[in-house]
Design a protein around this ligand. Structure first.
Ligand code: GLA
Length: 387
């Protein structure tokens, strides 16, 4: 990947003198879905796949962006004087948003840059290619322009720019997982106060298998933002009867005792998911610490049911992948991962069952949905770096 971006850089911008190459990872979330904007816990890990960039400062204020994943778009030109979101800017709205967010915090770039990107996260798969691009951009700015920011700042800035520049009201999980990733560890993050703990992921005799449905339904962002406002409304209603800051403050019992304050059936289900999923995540991490993979898997499965039925962010294709996975001996747990409405599932599969898993789930998916699924046995990697 490094050689490829450098080669492209030379081809587009003349030579590679003084060019640096950087990487930031994508992520997969093991459990704790749609809890991160509800003050709950999440349990993601950074992957060894992600986004690479070859970058060099320019003498003027120009910004030249090129992505090897969107070669047909060619070099997209912009400038530091034009850090505004626009439809024509396409994917460059992500790096531009981060530059804008840095500038808003008093960290203004004194000159522009030439950039070539290349990512190996399948596009639109829900493995956070956009968060990896945001964290990557932040890391480049820190390294090349000398801005003093921590990796947690990079996560916050990435989320801020995605919310305010790109109009997606995401929580902080994806950017945090990318910025704070640690090889062979998942991150147990409390989004209420950003306290976190690394949990070694020792899956004795099992692998993490990500299955790509290869579908991405439209209106993902608007449906996501809608879920988020439903939760906010439910929280307000609950706050009239109980003193809480977020849905993540509630136990299941407290929720059941107070849920009549929520005046709409749909909102009750949304809030129920947020509360129960948070508790499941806490329990799942405890189970992992005790090496109780069986319980961990059961909680993953319960997470899927809740996301499908109460939170309504699954879809037919994803449900087929999960149902077929559940049928296979050696599957410890399987669920939708990420924002939903398509994308990927995450499964924990015993080593000896991985081949059967691919074959059977792949064939059943083809048969029932008429589409091809892709399978990746993923590894947990580190956060951003200069290569
Ligand atoms: C997307 C968002 C995250 C999180 C997940 C759902 O990936 O970017 O902040 O809300 O969906 O868990």
């Amino acid at each position: 990947m490094k050689e490829a971006v450098l080669k492209k850089f030379e081809e587009l911008y003349g030579d590679t003198q003084g060019v640096n190459v950087y990487f930031a990872p994508g992520r997969v979330n093991l459990i704790g879905e749609h809890t991160d904007y509800n003050g709950g816990h999440v349990f993601p890990c950074a992957l060894t796949i992600g986004t690479y960039a070859a970058v060099r400062k320019r003498a003027d204020k120009k910004l030249n962006f090129y992505s090897m994943n969107f070669e047909e778009l060619g070099v997209i030109e912009s400038s530091l004087e034009d850090l505004n979101p626009s439809d024509e800017a396409g994917w460059t709205n992500y790096p531009k948003g981060v530059m804008w967010a840095f500038a808003g915090r008093g960290m203004e770039m004194d000159c522009g840059l030439d950039m070539v990107l290349n990512g190996n996260i399948p596009n639109g798969s829900g493995l956070s290619s956009s968060a990896s691009l945001e964290v990557l951009t932040g890391y480049v700015l820190k390294d090349l322009y000398g801005f003093e920011v921590t990796n947690i700042d990079l996560a916050k800035i990435g989320q801020y720019s995605e919310n305010n520049f790109n109009g997606m009201n995401c929580g902080i999980m994806d950017q945090f997982a990318s910025a704070m990733g640690k090889k062979d560890n998942a991150i147990f993050l409390d989004t209420a106060d950003l306290s976190y703990e690394y949990a070694p992921l020792v899956l004795d005799g099992a692998k993490i298998v990500v299955t790509n449905s290869n579908v991405k339904h439209s209106l993902v962002n608007s449906a996501y933002n809608e879920r988020r406002s439903e939760c906010e409304k439910a929280l307000e209603e609950l706050q009239a009867v109980i003193d809480i800051k977020g849905l993540g403050d509630l136990t299941e019992e407290q929720f059941e005792a107070n849920k009549s304050a929520i005046k709409d059936e749909v909102r009750v289900r949304r809030a129920k998911h947020a509360v129960y999923e948070n508790q499941r995540t806490i329990r799942a991490v405890e189970a992992l610490k005790k090496n109780d993979l069986k319980l961990f898997g059961e909680l993953m499965n319960a997470s899927h049911v809740s996301l499908r039925d109460d939170y309504a962010v699954s879809c037919e294709e994803i449900d087929v992948l999960v149902e077929e996975a559940w049928k296979i001996d050696g599957v410890i747990g399987s669920r939708i991962t990420g924002g939903g409405f398509g994308g990927c599932t995450v499964s924990i599969v015993r080593d000896e069952a991985v081949d059967t898993f691919r074959e059977k789930v792949g064939a059943a998916y083809q048969e029932r949905v008429g589409k091809k699924a892709d399978f990746y046995v993923v590894e947990i990697g580190d956060g951003p770096s200069r290569l």
